[in-house]
Design a protein. Structure first.
Length: 214
């Protein structure tokens, strides 16, 4: 056998060897990725209020689940009691927003489904830069971080007033003061105020402040 053929044969074996090695590495990389994908924590919605798009997560607190049940009953009535709707929305928004323990990451911002649609993106950015800033990822369910759990919220309808937002306005917007109780005091915000506006048949949060109003 000529030297030229030996060189060519050697190159073929080397190429085959490299292909096998790469194949093995890709196989194990895929197995690891597939294994990790199976471990990713997924949260399901277990209930929806039709016509409004409000959903209930399976990992919601018992307190929040109770509020959701009340809201579902109010919104299923032939004639919706808007005052009760507004009060429950205030409680639910505050409860979900400040309950960080069940959030998968800092981008998993609670209460956004109640926020005025054009403000949702900016609101989420605000939340991630403030209240949610220190929330560690729990997508694999192995987070050790201790985070607040909301046990109760109270909302007081201070008044209804005219409120301008974007290009629109609401002559009968709800102004609420709220208080938050936690299972354990971890020095998170415990009071503030909300403005809730009418948006077609829905009510939506258009403003939140850390201070109560008079």
């Amino acid at each position: 056998m000529s030297r030229k053929r030996k060189i060519k044969k050697g190159r073929v074996f080397t190429l085959l060897f490299l292909i096998i090695i790469v194949g093995v590495l890709l196989y194990f990389a895929y197995q690891k990725w597939n294994s990790n994908s199976k471990d990713i924590k997924k949260v399901k919605d277990i209930s929806t209020i039709k016509g409004y798009g409000y959903t209930l997560r399976e990992d919601a607190t018992d307190y929040y689940k109770g509020l959701f049940k009340k809201l579902s009953k109010v919104l299923s009535s032939d004639e919706v009691d808007m005052d009760k709707y507004a009060s429950l929305e205030c409680q639910m928004f505050v409860s979900d927003f400040f309950n960080l323990d069940n959030k998968l990451s800092k981008s998993d911002v609670g209460g956004t489904e109640f926020v005025y649609s054009p403000y949702k993106v900016d609101f989420s950015k605000y939340a991630m830069d403030s209240v949610y800033k220190s929330v560690l990822s729990n997508v694999y369910g192995n987070r050790k971080q201790k985070l607040p759990v909301v046990s109760e919220t109270t909302c007081e309808n201070v008044r209804n007033e005219s409120f301008k937002y974007g290009d629109g306005s609401d002559d009968n917007a709800y102004v609420f003061n709220f208080d938050v109780k936690y299972k354990e005091d971890m020095d998170y915000q415990s009071k503030g105020s909300l403005i809730i506006i009418h948006s077609d048949k829905k009510l939506e949060v258009a403003s939140m402040s850390e201070n109560k109003v008079n």
